[in-house]
Design a protein around this ligand. Sequence first.
Ligand SMILES: [Zn+2]
Length: 393
Amino acid sequence: MDVAANQAEPPKAATPPLLEALAEVLQRRSRDYPEVSAPSRRRAAGVLALFYERGGEMHLVFFKRTEKVPTHKGQVAFPGGSGEAADADLAATALREAREELGIDPSRVVMLGALRPFDTFVSNFVVSPFAGFLVDPDPVFTPQPFEVEEVLELPLAQLRDKRRLLPLLAGAATASLGPEDLREIGVSAVAVDIVELAVGLGLERIERLGGLSAFLGWDRPVVAIAGWSTAAPATTGRRSRTPPQLLSERDGVLLLRSAIDGGTIQLARRDLAAWADRLGAEPASSIAGEGLDVASWDDGDPPPGQLIVSGLAQRQAHEGRFWDGAGWSQLGSSPADAGNQPMREDCSCRGCAIATRGYLSHLWKMREITAEHLLCWHNLHQIRIRIEETPTA
Ligand SMILES: [Zn+2]
């Protein structure tokens, strides 16, 4: 659907750089969204994530629905609602509803783009979210009393304050946990090593497969990082994840050797960001450029930073280690590993729900990949908790 066509004359006001960046990302992502305006048994709805400035700070507006409305009683919602025949498209629906619910003047909203539509299974809606920017700062909202119990205005800084975990996932390392597992654990985005993918599978091939989202089966953000080692790859006997070896670098052109099959490839440093973009990933540098603090975590306490990139869960699991609450325990090194206790007594992860230390030790001794899978599940779950419990610097 054409969001821009919705407005004859968009208001002329400077859109803040952060929102311009958001508009660019949304524009690029919208290419592969499913079409939802076609007739279907699901009811179509449009909602509006409305950005605006209050007191010089960027905010988003939500509201709490009353108990009187027919659907989603008492829930916190973005402005929006069901599409009607008179709406040009679902962006128009979102703007019309925002006017009805909160008195927002559609002619003062710059539409930034669409987010991926999603289903509400209980109420049988397919919801198309849109992002917009209200050009007038310090707006006065006029809530519609039948639908709106309370207007909720949240500073963006507060919403972005919660730190997010990016486990380092690339190539063979994704084998241990699938996209569904990661969603269940609460991972918000994944990092891929674009150099490893270039050397291993070839970036053209991934592009032909439909980009990284399709390739990984992951519809949340993908962040591209780039890594290599100057040391010769070591063999561990077990399935290993070793970064490609840098053989030489001349004029920004890297010559790399795969640790998996020994093949070599040439890759220009300056092409890496372009490749990330073509494959639908954000280069880590562009994320940092948006003012997010990106930290990588190799060991010890969680570092400060809103975005934490870490391969710790996977790496420790690969070595047969799990987080026991105080440190990393080696499977098979303690008398407890013959018993019926879980990896950690109060852990609610799936690994602890289905496997005892005795069983895990057995799997590990038999070199079963399930052991690494369950250890990784537990480690990632525990790491997420550790990050969330550490106050943001
Ligand atoms: Zn656990």
